[in-house]
Design a binder for this molecule. Structure first.
Ligand code: S3P
Length: 179
């Protein structure tokens, strides 16, 4: 099934922090024989600083501006799998670009799953306070309308990353069959 899929557009993974965009994205790229890029890593490379340092030194608005530029540049490149930082698709300009030029895939998960997964790393500036669950709940509520504009919605909650990957591949095959 995998080999038959013809990817003429970049596949963009969106969703909240901790949902597994990078891990699943790497696997998806491998399955499809595409390059993988992570927008946060590209912003870090361009700035020569970590995401946390960019927030600390220049503020969130500067991070968002860098993120927007980096994503626009990546969308100019040949088809790839691209994982976005959790807030990128909320930016109207980035969302419009992604919708016009890529296939977007929203990875969804329940709050317990997200809280559990983000607790493994403390590199996310928005979660540095003492209530990551509260922050994630608020972001889920405010961001859901934008995330819901994605072309494909996949449940990434309970199962393994492999199960999420399989669900994405099934959804892509179903879309291709429709065309
Ligand atoms: C953010 C998510 C992070 C990173 C930054 C802001 C957000 O990416 O871009 O810390 O606004 O949700 P991940 O979703 O890859 O953790």
């Amino acid at each position: 099934m995998t080999r038959k899929l013809t990817m003429d557009r970049t596949l963009v993974l969106i969703g909240l922090m901790g949902v597994g965009k990078t891990t699943v994205g790497r696997r998806l790229a491998r399955a499809l024989g595409l390059d993988f890029r992570d927008a946060d890593e590209e912003v870090e490379r361009a700035a020569g600083r970590s995401v946390s340092e960019i927030f600390d030194d220049f503020g969130e608005a500067a991070f968002r501006e860098g993120e927007r530029k980096v994503i626009a540049r990546l969308l100019d490149q040949p088809p790839m799998v691209l994982a976005l930082g959790g807030g990128a698709f909320i930016d109207p300009e980035t969302r419009a670009e992604v919708k016009a030029r890529a296939t977007s895939i929203w990875l969804q998960a329940d709050i317990d799953t997200l809280v559990n997964r983000v607790s493994r790393r403390d590199t996310r500036p928005l979660l540095r306070g003492n209530d990551p669950r509260g922050v994630l709940e608020r972001l889920l509520e405010t961001r859901t309308p934008a995330y819901a504009e994605a072309d494909i919605h996949v449940d990434a909650s309970a199962g393994s990353h492999q199960a999420t990957l399989d669900a994405i591949l099934r959804a892509l095959a179903a879309r291709e069959a429709e065309v």
